[in-house]
Design a protein. Structure first.
Length: 242
């Protein structure tokens, strides 16, 4: 038996490398295919991402392009980020399929809920960011004053809304990480419950710092769900420990 052989699944180190390459190629292929589809359906995706802007400025929500290459740059960005977003479930599934053979029976039982939960909460974070972005624009326009006429550059607008969606989606993984730490024995539900005051302060400060738009509405849209997730993770941790 090779010294690199996995004790749980009987695979050698070389076989693990082969499987990693296979999983990586599957994810890369899905990213490429979904990226091409995002490139093809660029008008529909751009219209979808433009809606918060039109909601904040119903009478004037056209983009201003000053560089001949902005249109191409925008379409390529949408294709790239669209491929990343839509291939996320495939990446998580392939990761789960790779680590499953090395898990114990009890750990495998939690694998599917964790992968599913990760996808669901990430999508929820993206949705919250999307629907709160119109309020963020309204706030930023109000701060600028009525003397300013807003015509946004589409590349800059896209970068901001996608960054906000990514940050919210990633931050919404917070309860999944907490539950994993509880199951691993790193922290206990009782310890988390005792530290709830410090957690709320940390959540508030973190929400204020990482919110890309910097407006109070988006900050609250991030802080409130994270607070709910914190106590939900404690409850789930207690149930899993029974």
């Amino acid at each position: 038996m090779s010294r690199f052989e996995h004790a749980g699944d009987g695979m050698t180190f070389a076989e693990h490398l082969t499987e990693v390459r296979y999983r990586f190629l599957v994810v890369a292929a899905s990213l490429g295919v979904l990226g091409v589809l995002s490139f093809i359906f660029y008008p529909e995706i751009l219209h979808f991402l433009q809606r918060p802007y039109c909601h904040a400025s119903p009478t004037r929500c056209n983009f201003l392009v000053t560089n001949p290459l902005d249109g191409l740059s925008l379409r390529v960005k949408i294709a790239f980020y669209g491929g990343l977003f839509f291939s996320l479930p495939v990446a998580l599934w392939q990761s789960w399929r790779f680590i499953t053979p090395g898990l114990k029976a009890r750990e495998r039982r939690y694998a599917v809920p964790f992968v599913t939960g990760s996808v669901v909460v990430f999508a929820a974070g993206v949705a919250v960011a999307y629907f709160s972005f119109a309020h963020a624009i309204e706030f930023l326009q109000a701060v600028g004053g009525k003397s300013l006429i807003s015509y946004y550059n589409p590349v800059q607008y896209l970068s901001l809304i996608l960054l906000m969606m990514f940050v919210f989606g990633l931050t919404f993984e917070f309860p999944v990480v907490l539950i994993a730490l509880e199951l691993a024995g790193v922290v206990t539900p009782r310890q988390l419950l005792r530290a709830w005051r410090y957690a709320l302060i940390a959540i508030t400060i973190t929400s204020a710092v990482i919110t890309p738009s910097g407006d109070p509405f988006s900050m609250m849209a991030l802080a409130i769900p994270m607070t709910i997730f914190y106590f939900t993770a404690i409850a789930v941790g207690k149930l899993c420990k029974r």
